[in-house]
Design a protein around this ligand. Structure first.
Ligand SMILES: Nc1nc2c(ncn2[C@@H]2O[C@H](COP(=O)(O)OP(=O)(O)OP(=O)(O)O)[C@@H](O)[C@H]2O)c(=O)[nH]1
Ligand SMILES: [Mg+2]
Length: 178
């Protein structure tokens, strides 16, 4: 029943698989478990994959693949991108030093043929920290305005407090549905 409802809410989307990507330490696993159980897990750098079904908004189920970041592994990611309905890209808004690296990795991801036209939601994470860079500045540094081959959206959030996560997932559902 749940899956029937989610299918109709997601329109004709063939899949509800979401990949959550981003540099190490950005908060991918924290976000996943905050959304899944509303708890703050003590994370360690992820080595394997975490795959969880979450219902961030009533009636919408996503199967979320938390893919660990190891630069040398990026070419292998293609094996995990089959049937992806949406990309969540997590950025540490508090880490100005790695924003250029975050931009380069994002654009490498967007260049995967298998992810062509797959909608993108960027989560500008760690907005709870006092020196966090705003989502609009992050959008500029990431060159999001040059992304024209898919729908994209950026939202500020905090994996620790949970603020902004539901809005981000609602945006994900909206972009997939269109
Ligand atoms: N202040 C703050 N800290 C956060 C937030 N999200 C995650 N963290 C912390 O950032 C660190 C890294 O978080 P992870 O969730 O392990 O990051 P990850 O992206 O899964 O990292 P890898 O598995 O290494 O790729 C942890 O110490 C988290 O507690 C946030 O929104 N605010
Ligand atoms: Mg992790």
């Amino acid at each position: 029943m749940g899956s029937l409802i989610s299918k109709s809410l997601l329109g004709e989307a063939a899949s509800n698989k979401i990949v959550i990507l981003g540099l190490d330490g950005g908060g991918k696993t924290t976000i996943l478990y905050k959304m899944k159980y509303n708890i703050n897990v003590q994370t360690i750098p992820t080595i394997g994959f975490n795959i969880e079904t979450i219902t961030p908004v009533e009636g919408i189920d996503f199967t979320v693949w938390d893919i660990p970041f190891l630069e040398d592994m990026i070419p292998l990611w293609v094996h995990y991108f089959n049937n992806t309905a949406g990309i969540i890209y997590v950025v540490d808004s508090n880490d100005r030093d790695r924003l250029n690296e975050a931009r380069d990795i994002l654009h490498r991801i967007l260049n995967f043929d298998i992810l062509k036209e797959v909608p993108l939601v960027v989560i500008a994470n760690k907005q709870d920290l006092p020196n966090a860079i705003s989502p609009s500045e992050i959008a500029n540094v990431l060159n999001l305005h040059e992304v024209r081959d898919r729908r994209w959206f950026i939202n500020g959030a905090s994996g620790t407090t949970g603020n902004g996560l539901n809005d981000s997932m609602r945006a994900m559902a909206e972009t997939i549905r269109k």
